[in-house]
Design a protein around this ligand. Structure first.
Ligand SMILES: Cc1cc2nc3c(=O)[nH]c(=O)nc-3n(C[C@H](O)[C@H](O)[C@H](O)COP(=O)(O)OP(=O)(O)OC[C@H]3O[C@@H](n4cnc5c(N)ncnc54)[C@H](O)[C@@H]3O)c2cc1C
Ligand SMILES: *[C@@H]1O[C@H](CO)[C@@H](O)[C@H](O)[C@H]1NC(C)=O
Ligand SMILES: *[C@@H]1O[C@H](CO)[C@@H](O)[C@H](O)[C@H]1NC(C)=O
Ligand SMILES: *[C@@H]1O[C@H](CO)[C@@H](O)[C@H](O)[C@H]1NC(C)=O
Ligand SMILES: *[C@@H]1O[C@H](CO)[C@@H](O)[C@H](O)[C@H]1NC(C)=O
Length: 667
C-alpha cells in the first residue's frame, strides 16, 4: 500500500529521466520497482558534440516543481521534506527558521532527527542510492558484522601507499586525525580495539544524477541536518566528513567530454572539456592526451579536479603559463542550497561564477560538472636531483646550496614559468636531505633548461656538493606528469600540515630573503618536514578576477610544513608536537611574511585569522555571496567561507575541532 504509492512516486521521478538507462531494480513491499540509475562507466567518453556544451544525461534528470507536485498528488505524506526553498529570506525570517531548530545542526538521537520511515522514503525517492555508513576499515573489526581478515590485510597494506582504494569508498577520508581516528586498521593504530562511525557521515547519497543531489540538499536543509560533500576525500582539512551528517558523494559524476571548437558565453572560442565533478586527475589527463591537448590540473593522480581542487583555486605544474586551474574555468553546473540547479558562467549568475573559482568546496553549492579551456599540446622538460649532507658535505655546504637555489626563484618561476617541487628534511642532528622532484619546465626543451640552471649548478660546484642531475624531455604534458609525480601517501593519525604563501617581495630585498630562508631552515633543523613549490600563478598574459586568494598572485613559494609524531606517544607529547607546528614554526613563517596568506586546500587546520590568510582581499565579497547563496548555512566545512560563525562542540588535543562532535552556531 504505502510501498506502492512510493513506487509511483519513484516512477514519477523517472518520467523525467529521458535518455537514461533504467538498469537497476529495487524491491519495495514485495514489488519490484525500477530505480533511477544512470550507468556510467568510469572515464567513459560521451558522444562528441562539436560546438557547445549541453547537460550530461545525468544532469537532465532533475527534481522540478512538477515532480514534487506529482508526489503531493499521490498524497505522499511529508513531501515537504523534499521541497525547494524559494523564499526570499529577510533577516527576520532567517532568524525565525533558526529559532525553530536551535543553534545546532540536528544530530542523531535528537528529537527532531529523522526516523526510519523518513530515511526509507528518502531512499526510495533516491532510487535506492542511499548508503548507511560502513567504515572502510570495519572489516578489521567485529563491530559491523563484516570482519574479513584477508580484506583487512589488504586494506592495511595499501592504506598509505594506494589512494586508489580510498577514492572508491563513499566515506574514507585522508584527514583521519580530525575525525578522531575512529576506524583505523590496527596496523596504523596499534591501540585500536574497535571501529565506530565516529566523525564519518551517518548516511551517504551515492549520487548518479542531479535529481538525487537536489533531493539530498532539500532533505538536509528542511531537516536541519549537517550536509557534507565528498568527492575523493583527499582534503587535508577534513572538509569532506562530519558526524551525524548526510553526505553527497560525487564520485560517480565521471564523464569527460571534449569540444574541439567550444563557444563559451563569455566569448572564449576554442577547445574545451566538460568534466564531471567526480573525475580524478589521472582520468582527465588521459582524456586530454587522447585528444592531443593539455588541460590544467594538480599533481596528485587520484585527487579530484572538478571538486575541492578547482573550487579551492587549484595550483598546477602549469600555473606559470596558465595561472590557477580555476582561471581556466568557463562554466559550472551547480545545485544551490535552495535545491535549484543553475549554471554559473561569465553571463549566467556571474557573481556565483566569481565565488566558485577559489571560494572553496562545500560552500556555495554542489557542482556536478565544470567546463574548462583546453590548451595546445606542449613540450615539457624535467630535471631531478638530490642534495644531502655526507661525510664530505657539511651542513653549511648543504644550506649554502639550498640558499643558492632559493635565490633563483623569481627567475625560474616568474620569468620562465617553471615549477619546482622539492622536499627538505632533517635525517638526524646536523644531517639534512633535499630532493628536487620534479623541476618542471613546460614549454622548454632540456637544452633550454640546462641553460637556465647552469649558473645554479656552477654555484653547486663551487660550494662542493654532489647533485647528479637527470634531465628528461617529453613531447606532451601527460607523459611528463606521469613520469614525475609518484602516487602520494594517504592520511594517517600521526601527521599534521600547515603552509604559507611567500611573496615575491621577500626576494626583492636581501635582508627579507635572509629572514625567509632562516625561518624555514630553523624549522627544518627542529624536525619540520618541508614540502615546497617554487611557483608563480600570475601569468603575464593575465588572469580573471575571482575569489582565489589574492596572496596567490604575488607568491613565488608555496611552502608546506608537516609535524609528525609517534601515535603511541603520550598525549601531552603529541599535543606539544601539534602545537609547535601552528604556534612556533608557522609563527616564524608568518612573522617574515606579514599580510601574505596560505593556501586553504593545503593548510593548517587551525590557521589563525584564516579568513585573511585563505582569501586576503577577496574575503568580504566571498562572505557576502555566501550569505546571498546560502542564507541558511546549509553548507559548512572547517575553514570554509562563513565557517567562522560555527564551531564543533568538542576538540581533539585541546584545540583541534573534532569532526566527531556536534556542529553549532556560535552565539
Ligand atoms: C596527494 C595530494 C596532492 C595534491 N596536489 C595538489 C596540487 O597539485 N594542487 C592543488 O592545488 N592542490 C593539491 N592538493 C590539495 C587538493 O586540492 C585538496 O585536497 C582538495 O580539497 C581535493 O579535492 P577533492 O574534491 O579531491 O577532495 P574532497 O576531500 O572530496 O573534497 C574537498 C572539498 O571540496 C568539497 N567538494 C568536493 N566536490 C565538490 C563538489 N562537486 N561541489 C561542491 N563541493 C565539493 C568537499 O565538500 C570538501 O569541502 C593535493 C592533495 C593531496 C592529498
Ligand atoms: C506526473 O505523473 C503523471 C502520471 O503518472 C506522468 O504522466 C507525468 O509525466 C508526471 N510528471 C512529472 C513531471 O514527473
Ligand atoms: C510527518 O512529519 C511530522 C512532523 O515532523 C511527523 O509528526 C509525522 O509523524 C510525519 N509523518 C510521517 C508519515 O512520516
Ligand atoms: C603498497 O604496499 C603493499 C605492501 O607493501 C604492496 O603489496 C602494494 O603493492 C603497494 N601498492 C602500491 C600501489 O604501491
Ligand atoms: C644575508 O645573509 C648573508 C649570509 O649570512 C650575509 O652575508 C648578508 O650580510 C645578509 N644580508 C643582509 C642584508 O642582512
Amino acid at each position: 500500500m504505502f510501498g506502492k504509492q512510493l513506487g509511483l512516486a519513484v516512477v514519477s521521478l523517472l518520467a523525467l529521466h529521458q535518455n537514461l538507462a533504467l538498469a537497476q531494480t529495487i524491491v519495495v513491499d514485495g514489488e519490484t520497482l525500477p530505480a533511477d540509475e544512470v550507468t556510467i562507466a568510469p572515464a567513459e567518453e560521451a558522444v562528441e558534440i562539436p560546438e557547445s556544451t549541453t547537460l550530461f544525461p545525468e544532469e537532465v534528470a532533475q527534481l522540478t516543481d512538477s515532480v514534487l507536485a506529482n508526489l503531493t498528488e499521490l498524497e505522499l505524506s511529508n513531501i515537504s521534506l523534499f521541497s525547494f526553498d524559494d523564499e526570499e529570506d529577510d533577516e527576520n525570517s532567517i532568524l525565525e527558521k533558526r529559532t525553530l531548530f536551535g543553534p545546532c545542526k540536528t544530530y542523531p538521537g535528537d528529537l527532531l532527527y529523522p526516523g526510519k520511515l523518513s530515511w526509507d522514503v528518502f531512499k526510495l525517492l533516491l532510487g535506492g542510492r542511499l548508503i548507511k555508513t560502513v567504515p572502510f576499515a570495519s572489516v578489521c573489526y567485529d563491530d559491523f558484522g563484516n570482519f574479513d581478515q584477508a580484506r583487512c590485510n589488504f586494506i592495511s597494506a595499501n592504506w598509505i601507499n594506494n589512494s586508489y582504494i580510498h577514492i572508491e569508498d563513499p566515506t574514507s577520508i585522508n584527514a583521519v586525525l580530525f575525525e578522531g581516528g575512529n576506524c583505523l586498521p590496527q596496523a596504523l593504530d596499534p591501540t585500536a580495539t574497535n571501529c565506530r562511525v565516529g566523525g564519518l557521515p551517518s548516511y551517504v547519497v551515492d549520487a548518479r544524477n542531479v535529481a538525487q543531489v537536489q533531493l539530498a540538499v532539500n532533505f538536509a536543509r528542511n531537516l536541519n541536518l549537517r550536509l557534507v560533500v565528498k568527492n575523493t576525500g583527499h582534503d587535508f582539512g577534513a572538509k569532506s566528513t562530519g558526524a551525524g551528517s548526510l553526505s553527497i558523494w560525487t564520485h560517480n559524476f565521471r564523464k569527460v567530454q571534449f569540444f574541439q571548437n567550444h563557444r563559451a558565453d563569455g566569448g572564449y572560442r576554442g577547445p574545451a572539456f566538460k568534466v564531471g565533478a567526480g573525475v580524478p586527475a589521472f582520468e582527465l589527463y588521459e582524456a586530454a592526451h587522447r585528444h592531443g591537448v593539455t588541460v590544467v590540473g594538480g599533481e596528485g593522480a587520484t585527487v579530484g579536479v572538478m571538486g575541492g581542487y578547482i573550487l579551492g583555486g587549484g595550483h598546477s605544474p602549469l600555473s606559470g603559463l596558465y595561472g590557477m586551474a580555476s582561471d581556466s574555468v568557463l562554466s559550472f553546473e551547480v545545485v544551490l542550497a535552495n535545491g535549484r540547479f543553475v549554471t554559473a558562467s561569465a553571463t549566467k549568475n556571474p557573481d556565483l561564477f566569481w565565488a566558485l573559482r577559489g571560494g572553496g568546496g562545500s560552500t556555495y553549492g554542489v557542482v556536478t560538472s565544470v567546463t574548462v579551456k583546453a590548451y595546445p599540446k606542449i613540450h615539457v622538460s624535467t630535471l631531478t636531483f638530490e642534495l644531502m649532507t655526507t661525510p664530505t658535505v657539511t651542513a653549511d655546504q648543504f644550506w649554502a646550496a639550498i640558499r643558492a637555489f632559493f635565490e633563483g626563484f623569481v627567475e625560474y618561476a616568474v620569468d620562465n614559468a617553471n615549477y619546482e617541487y622539492f622536499r627538505l628534511t632533517a635525517m638526524g642532528p646536523g644531517a639534512f636531505y633535499f630532493d628536487m622532484g620534479p623541476w618542471f619546465a613546460p614549454g622548454m626543451t632540456s637544452d633550454e633548461l640546462r641553460v637556465l640552471v647552469a649558473p645554479l649548478f656552477a654555484r653547486f660546484d663551487a660550494i662542493g656538493v654532489d647533485y647528479s642531475p637527470v634531465f628528461r624531455d617529453f613531447d606532451n604534458y601527460r607523459d611528463a606528469w606521469a613520469a614525475s609525480f609518484p602516487l602520494e601517501p594517504w592520511g594517517s593519525n600521526f601527521i599534521r600540515q600547515a603552509s604559507r604563501l611567500f611573496p615575491r617581495a621577500n626576494w626583492e630585498d636581501e635582508a627579507k630573503l635572509n629572514a625567509t630562508f632562516d625561518a624555514i631552515k630553523s624549522t627544518v633543523e627542529e624536525g619540520n618536514y618541508v614540502i615546497a613549490f617554487n611557483i608563480h600563478a600570475a601569468p603575464a598574459a593575465g588572469y580573471p578576477d575571482t575569489a582565489v586568494n589574492s596572496a596567490w598572485r604575488d607568491t613565488v613559494m608555496h611552502c608546506i610544513a608537516a609535524a609528525m609524531w609517534d601515535p603511541a606517544a603520550p598525549e601531552p607529547v603529541i599535543k606539544a608536537a601539534s602545537d609547535t607546528l601552528t604556534f612556533d614554526w608557522m609563527q616564524r613563517w608568518r612573522d617574515v611574511s606579514p599580510g601574505a596568506g596560505a593556501y586553504m586546500s593545503e593548510s593548517d587546520y587551525i590557521e589563525p585569522d584564516f579568513t585573511q590568510a585563505f582569501w586576503g582581499t577577496k574575503y568580504p565579497r566571498a562572505l557576502q555571496l555566501k550569505k546571498k547563496y546560502d542564507p541558511r548555512d546549509v553548507f559548512y566545512a572547517q575553514n570554509a567561507v562563513g565557517s567562522e560563525f560555527w564551531e564543533m562542540s568538542e576538540n581533539i588535543l585541546g584545540n583541534l575541532p573534532s569532526q566527531n562532535s556536534r556542529l553549532c552556531r556560535k552565539n
